[in-house]
Ligand binder design. Sequence first.
Ligand SMILES: Nc1ncnc2c1ncn2[C@@H]1O[C@H](COP(=O)(O)OP(=O)(O)OP(=O)(O)O)[C@@H](O)[C@H]1O
Length: 223
Amino acid sequence: MTLKLADVVLTYPDGDRTLTALDHADLAVAPGEFAAVVGPSGSGKSSLLAVAATLITPDAGAVTVAGRDVSGASAAERTRIRRDHVGIVFQQANLLASLTTLDQLLVMADLAGRPPRAAAGRARELLAAVGLEGKEHKRPHQLSGGERQRVNIARALMNSPEVLLVDEPTSALDHTRGEAVVALLAGLTREKGLATVMVTHDLAALALVDTVHTMADGVLTHP
Ligand SMILES: Nc1ncnc2c1ncn2[C@@H]1O[C@H](COP(=O)(O)OP(=O)(O)OP(=O)(O)O)[C@@H](O)[C@H]1O
């Protein structure tokens, strides 16, 4: 399994009580598997992604990312694991307004200390793979919402992650563009052997995933 959460418990302080956001959650995603997590607002879906992304350390349980046990890892080790093995796609593209499409991707390689020449080749390849050939020199305001989300996906793949975590990728898009973005994620997951987890409210998106996990009050149930 490329991504594995075992018996994960996560609580947040809530006044003089604690709120259980993840209640003994288990999740296993294999290479090339496209998994969806659905559930009502506040049920713990974003918390699950944050734990899988090593952004939050749970109170208990084990988290394995790309074969690395991150449970006991230091903050610096977690940052390195996240940078080298995890791609994260948020709801809003969060692109840097002044940068071209190509530079949005090159920044990622630069942060990871990769040589610029190889990075430029990879960035162009990824932009072609997400259907953005010819848009390399456009800035975010010159792109449509769907195109910005494609840049976001290409950027998340820049450092060749094994795990791709995607939070509500279609929420800012109309139905047709949303469907195209999910189809793109499904294709990339298979082609690149990614372990992909997508949180979604979009029932149409579920037609293209392999597994649907349901979250309710912090409890994750499996197909
Ligand atoms: N930093 C935090 N501090 C305290 N409580 C939090 C924090 N983040 C989330 N929560 C609470 O934890 C629970 C799970 O939140 P989470 O954001 O994971 O749910 P979600 O399923 O992603 O919701 P949505 O679909 O609305 O984004 C909620 O009750 C939320 O209010």
